[in-house]
Design a protein around this ligand. Structure first.
Ligand code: BV8
Ligand code: ZN
Length: 251
């Protein structure tokens, strides 16, 4: 189904010196990674992510939270980048060829953008393939599999946790600053596959709008951004993004 791409968006993207994009779980949906809005499947259906992805949940039941992430790590480990991820990596290469900058800001913790080849990548909420110590904060690459769940920190004996940003935890300051700078400086901002409900990430497209950027949303459904975006491309990222990159290669 050919997606109707607004000619003015293509003109803006062809002229752009700086483009930024914010992605959410929707860009990984076509890789088989369930979004947060989708019901949690199977074993985890009785839990809400907001109830498990918090320091309080970990302190209350570290085993349960560790096992939820172990399940997600295994699921993500089987996932592969889809045409939407690949199109964003291709777009970055094309812009670089003409000396333009593309900054990819993701809320996702699945590592699929890096796997797809995106270079200028900001992981706002961390990466569940990385592990660190809840108590001393040191990263942990390996640990003794002595049956303790969660496993113990090799440095201090504390409990290990995924290196992701939980609710009510601060985002990594350098990542957050870089993301806002990219949103403020860009000529075009793409918001792809995000429900726009989680702050401070959800403010990025509005920051770009405030600075006069063209803002395009890619999402099969409406979000709080839809009424404000310059363009709304209704459809799945795995179809819209490749069509967009394809259209841009046709001068
Ligand atoms: C902080 C990592 C302060 C962990 C995540 C009240 C009002 C406003 C804000 C708050 C509030 N109360 C608390 C807050 C702050 C809170 C927040 O925003 N809460 C929300 C729920 C109201 N934010 C925080 O706590 C942040 N920290 O504020 O700290 C602070 C400062 C200093 C010192 C201490 C503290 C931390 C937020 C980060 C939380 N971590 N992830 C993990 O993954 O386990 S958030 C997690 O959920 C994701 O990373 C992502 O950000 C979010 C899910 O959102 P989406 O990615 O958008 O996914 P979703 O499923 O919602 O939507 C999918 C979309 O895709 C849909 O629109 C769908 O239509 C679309 N779609 C589906 N298929 C496709 C598609 N699109 C395209 N193609 C398709 N095929
Ligand atoms: Zn430690």
């Amino acid at each position: 189904m050919p997606i109707g791409l607004p000619a003015e968006l293509l003109v803006a993207l062809r002229r752009a010196r700086r483009v930024a994009a914010l992605t959410g779980a929707g860009v990984s949906a076509e890789s088989g990674v369930p979004t947060f809005r989708d019901a949690q499947t199977g074993l985890w259906s009785q839990y809400r992510p907001e109830a498990l992805a918090t320091p309080q949940a970990f302190q209350r039941d570290p085993k349960l939270v560790w096992e939820w992430y172990a399940w997600r790590r295994e699921l993500v480990g089987r996932a592969r980048p889809n045409p939407g991820h690949l199109a964003l990596a291709e777009f970055e290469r094309r812009l670089a060829q003409r000396g333009a900058v593309f900054t990819l800001i993701t809320q996702n913790v699945d590592g699929l953008h890096a796997q797809a080849g995106s270079q200028n990548l900001i992981e706002l909420h961390g990466n569940l393939q990385r592990t660190k110590c809840f108590d001393c904060g040191r990263p942990a690459e390996t640990w003794a599999e002595d049956g303790s769940v969660p496993p113990r920190c090799p440095a201090c004996g504390g409990r290990l946790r995924p290196d992701v940003v939980w609710f009510n935890e601060a985002l990594p300051p350098e990542a957050l600053t870089a993301a806002f700078e990219a949103a403020q400086a860009c000529d075009v901002f793409l918001s792809v596959g995000t429900s726009g409900l989680v702050e401070p990430a959800a403010s990025l497209p509005f920051e770009a709008l405030r600075r006069g950027a063209v803002v395009a949303e890619v999402n099969p459904h409406e979000t709080p951004l839809s009424a404000h975006a310059t363009f709304v491309l209704v459809g799945p990222a795995g179809e819209v993004l490749p069509a967009l990159v394809q259209a841009l290669s046709r001068q």
